[in-house]
Design a protein around this ligand. Structure first.
Ligand SMILES: [Zn+2]
Length: 366
């Protein structure tokens, strides 16, 4: 494997940091056309990704384009753990070759990595602090992840891991495929890994001659720019815009009304996109989601009923499974409950058909 600095072109056979400009070295890809394949998840772009040892995908990627108040949003909330990190985790889990992975707890990133690494049976240890949210601990326990308190100084995987960046960059390929002509993109910036990945993706598309010029990228932040690679991103042509905390907070609420559950930093990309006509990349946040649509049992049931009524065609017999797929939210069990409740209210009917030896319930919305 070869690594390169996308700013100065420095090359190395080892990952690490560019000795000339301090940017993390990234996987050197030789882009070839056609860049699409029939493989699952991010592996749709396998020709521009490192060669996997095994293909791991949990259906991440190809997230929908949403439109809210005329703003075009690439919403990452429907990935398996609700964030774009799943793209990176899929690539990493496909290339990791045994050994133990040591992580320090970083909420969304750790949750995603733990899920993918446990899928391929990689032993994973996560160092947490004693005041960790117990909900996170329970998730890690379910995934058979070892947990210890403040036991790891240097994690084996960080945000700038070149394999993670390869996964994240598939957002650029999808934006190109879904929207074709993208002029301006607003990207939320914390550390800057997502921005770096999106730049890399578009540089590759340009190199393949698929786009005439790079889209303008706006890095959006709240408060202070904390990215360790802020200066290098500027040199790569990124402009930065600051969003007021109050505006980001109101955007969280506004987006939640449209079933887009985002943290303030992600919602700030929407704020900027509103003012600049950019396409906003908005990551999901499982926690925001938990606290709203899935908070109380009653609220969840009502929400699922609402979605069923809004999205499922009337008068057509459908299984709970296909209804669940249609609404694209909640759990299958939740959809069963919501349907039975609609039947009891006279808003739907249920028939049972015998198919082979199985009895299958069909619901018809009235
Ligand atoms: Zn460099």
């Amino acid at each position: 494997m070869e690594f390169t600095c996308i700013l100065c072109g420095y090359r190395s056979s080892d990952p690490g940091t560019c000795p000339r400009c301090g940017l993390p070295l990234l996987y050197k890809v030789r882009p070839i056309k056609p860049y699409k394949s029939n493989m699952p998840g991010v592996w749709r772009y396998s020709s521009v990704l490192p060669r996997p040892i095994r293909v791991v995908s949990l259906g991440e990627g190809f997230t929908r384009i949403r439109r809210v108040n005329d703003v075009v949003i690439k919403y990452e909330g429907n990935n398996p753990t609700g964030t774009y990190y799943d793209r990176g985790s899929a690539v990493l889990a496909s290339l990791i070759n045994g050994g133990e992975v040591k992580l320090t707890f970083e909420e969304d990133l750790t949750r995603s990595l733990a899920l993918y690494l446990s899928t391929v049976g990689i032993e994973t240890t996560v160092s947490v602090s004693y005041n960790v949210d117990p909900r996170d601990l329970l998730i890690l326990a379910k995934l058979n992840v070892k947990v210890c308190v403040n036991c790891i100084d240097k994690p084996s995987i960080d945000y700038f891991n070149p394999l993670l960046i390869e996964g994240f960059k598939t957002i650029a390929y999808e934006l190109f495929e879904q929207l074709n002509d993208v002029k301006v993109i607003a990207v939320p910036v914390e550390r800057g890994a997502l921005t770096l990945a999106v730049v890399k993706g578009f540089m590759e598309l340009e190199e393949m001659g698929l786009i005439g010029s790079m889209p303008r990228l706006i890095g959006v932040y709240i408060g202070e720019l904390k990215s360790p690679i802020g200066n290098q991103l500027r040199e790569l042509g990124i402009t930065f815009m600051k969003v007021k905390p109050e505006d980001a907070i109101s955007a969280v609420v506004e987006l939640a009304r449209h079933s887009i559950f985002a943290r303030p930093i992600s919602a700030s990309a929407y704020v900027t996109a509103k003012n600049t006509g950019a396409v906003a990349i908005v990551s999901g946040s499982p926690k925001v989601r938990v606290n709203t649509s899935e908070g109380s049992g009653l609220g969840r049931l009502q929400r699922l009923q609402g979605l069923i009524i809004a999205k499922v065609p009337r008068g057509k017999p459908l299984t709970a499974y296909s209804i669940w797929r249609t609404i694209g939210e909640g759990s299958l069990l939740g959809v069963y409950k919501a349907l039975d409740s609609l039947v009891s209210k006279g808003m739907a009917t249920v028939t049972i058909r015998v198919i082979g030896k199985r009895k299958v319930k069909y619901y018809v919305l009235s």
